[in-house]
Design a protein around this ligand. Structure first.
Ligand SMILES: [Mg+2]
Length: 244
C-alpha cells in the first residue's frame, strides 16, 4: 500500500470529517436513478414537460441556471426547484409540480448504497473520534443507511458554500468544539476535499478507490487509502489506539 506519511502526528486528531458522494457511496447510479424516477413521474403529472425535456435536457437547464447564478451554485436543491418552476411557468404547467418533483428526487437521492466496508468502519471509528459528514451534495444522511454513523452532518446548501470553500469544515469544528488542527478530512476529490482541507489547516486523507494518479500540480495528501478499512488500520496503528 502507498502511504503518504503525515508529517504531523495523527494522534492529535479527534475529529474526522467525511465527504459522502464517491467516498462513502457511489454517486452517479443514485443520481441517475433519481432523475429517471422524476422523469417517469413527470410523464404522468405533466406529460407536455416530459415530452419536451428528456433527462439530459432537464439537467442541461439546471446546469445553465447554475452557470448563470454562480453565487447559488452550491444550493443544489434550490437550483433544482427553481429549474422545475421556470420550466413549468414557461410551458403553462402548474408550478406546484416543482415541489412535488423535488420531493420525489430527494427521496430517491437518499437511496444510496454505501461501499461494503463503510458502516462497519464508521461504527468502529466512532469509538475513538467524533465523526461529521460534510457534503457538497444534497443527500440527507439521516435518511440513508448511514443515519446512525455520524455525530453531525452538514450540506453545502446549509452552510452557504461548497468545498473547496472551508465553510463546511468550520461548521464541523464549531459543532464539535474541536479545532481544525485536530481534525482530518477524508474524501475522494483531490481539490474539493484534500486540497481544501489542507488549506483549512486539517490533516488530509485521500480515498482513492479507483487507483488514480494524484494530480501533479497539487501537494500530496497526508495519507492515501484505497478504502475505509485501510484508513481504520492506519489510524488505529498510527495513533497508538488499540484496534477494537
Ligand atoms: Mg466526493
Amino acid at each position: 500500500m502507498n502511504w503518504h506519511l503525515s508529517t504531523r502526528p495523527l494522534r492529535a486528531v479527534r475529529l474526522l470529517t467525511f465527504d459522502l458522494d464517491d467516498t462513502l457511496w457511489p454517486c452517479f447510479p443514485v443520481i441517475h436513478a433519481a432523475e429517471r424516477e422524476v422523469h417517469a413521474w413527470l410523464d404522468q403529472a405533466a406529460p407536455e414537460l416530459a415530452r419536451r425535456y428528456d433527462i439530459d435536457a432537464l439537467r442541461e437547464h439546471r446546469q445553465q441556471l447554475a452557470r448563470d447564478n454562480p453565487d447559488q451554485a452550491h444550493d443544489l436543491t434550490g437550483l433544482r426547484l427553481r429549474s422545475y418552476r421556470e420550466l413549468a411557468r414557461r410551458h403553462g404547467v402548474d408550478e406546484a409540480i416543482a415541489e412535488q418533483a423535488n420531493v420525489i428526487f430527494r427521496r430517491a437521492r437518499n437511496r444510496v448504497t454505501p461501499f461494503e466496508e463503510v458502516v462497519e468502519v464508521l461504527t468502529r471509528l466512532r469509538r475513538h473520534y467524533r465523526l461529521v459528514a460534510v457534503s457538497n451534495g444534497n443527500a440527507q444522511v439521516e435518511c440513508t443507511p448511514l443515519a446512525d454513523c455520524f455525530d453531525h452532518a452538514f450540506m453545502a446548501e446549509e452552510v452557504g458554500a461548497a468545498k473547496p470553500d472551508p465553510a463546511l469544515f468550520h461548521a464541523a469544528s464549531q459543532a464539535t468544539g474541536i479545532p481544525l488542527e485536530q481534525a482530518a478530512h477524508v474524501g475522494d476529490d483531490p481539490l474539493r476535499d484534500v486540497e481544501a482541507a489542507r488549506r483549512a489547516g486539517m490533516h488530509t486523507v485521500w480515498v482513492n478507490r479507483e487507483g488514480a494518479d494524484w494530480p501533479a500540480e497539487l501537494p500530496p495528501p497526508d495519507v492515501q487509502v484505497r478504502d475505509l478499512r485501510q484508513l481504520l488500520d492506519y489510524l488505529l496503528s498510527e495513533s497508538g489506539r488499540a484496534a477494537q
